[in-house]
Design a binder for this molecule. Sequence first.
Ligand SMILES: Cc1cc2nc3c(=O)[nH]c(=O)nc-3n(C[C@H](O)[C@H](O)[C@H](O)COP(=O)(O)O)c2cc1C
Length: 371
Amino acid sequence: MSKLFSPITLSAAEGTGLTLRNRAFVAPMCQYSADGEDGVATSWHLQHYGSFAAGGFSLVVVEATGVLPEGRISPRCLGIYDEPTEAAHARIVEMAHGLGAAAGLQIGHAGGKGSTYPTLPGFDAGTVPVSEGGWATFGPTDKAVFPGLADPIALDREGIERVIEGFADAARRADRAGYDVLQIHAAHGYLIHQFLSPLTNTRTDEYGGSEENRTRLLREVTAAVREAWPAHKPLGIRVSATDWDEAGWTVQATATIVRTLAEDHGITWVDVSSGGLVAGSKIPVGPGYQVPLALELTQALADLDVAVSAVGLVANPDQAETILVTGQAHAISIGRAALGNPHWASAAAVALRAATPDAHIQPQYWRAHWS
Ligand SMILES: Cc1cc2nc3c(=O)[nH]c(=O)nc-3n(C[C@H](O)[C@H](O)[C@H](O)COP(=O)(O)O)c2cc1C
């Protein structure tokens, strides 16, 4: 019996939550393919997310999606802030559901890492100027997060309210679009992470300084989202559990805030990533390099009903199975290995002897494995 291919239930504030067909999730991955630069998903996104759903994953998490136009990472990133963007998401959800997968959406605000060129071959790096379709960005302070990025505008109280309301509105739209799970993007150096870390948050008001103050934006966003998102649907968060910098955000601080969010605001799933905030940090990149962070959270939150997923260079089925069997995490998010093989989960089910004609493989493709 494979652990990776056993079901998992993501709990909800009310009701039974959501039972997923296995523990292989697709990690959110920007596609920079909203060709109209209007935040609207295209046929690329339909086939892209559809192929993961057909490929046996249980939960397909759609890429970082801006809760406001200025919250997008690049002009070609997705949004969910008006009727056209919402309607396009509904088509992705319908596609995933039709193929037996649940659909999750990562909602975020890029802050000072917004308005950048798409990370695609042939594009420049850095900030897209307003004259080329970019926009003024916002952050906890007016200092650029990374060298090469434009200085943001420091958010004032009114700006913070706009962000919080943007997240809540995005949650309502995601529900209407049919999403089963919502993931708040608090990782990778984007706006919420910029507020969390002492490396980038040097504010002197109630949103800066102490850990209590630096986590305030995340607590307020999560409270507003939980209020807007139906109580019977699970709510998750993606964290950078460390900045890989002694003066930065730590795994202990991550465990503390996730506990608070779980106890007070109904978070029931945490996807454990790291880094992305400052250039030059020494990251020990290698197979499963972020799994120890997932383990720390799994242990720290063991008394709570919170599913922990590990991510980062988990690329082969035995490796994924071992992480789960040894109790280091409850699920695995697969990124680049899924881009390389959108049917990664079906292939893993075969490798782990968990595939049957009615589970983890599309019946139309069954003969690829056993004819
Ligand atoms: C093309 C690409 C786009 C990505 N976009 C996002 C994103 O939208 N949101 C996010 O949280 N992480 C994003 N990531 C990070 C992945 O979700 C994942 O955490 C990372 O690639 C490590 O996992 P892997 O080794 O399985 O690829 C992206 C990664 C890639 C390769």
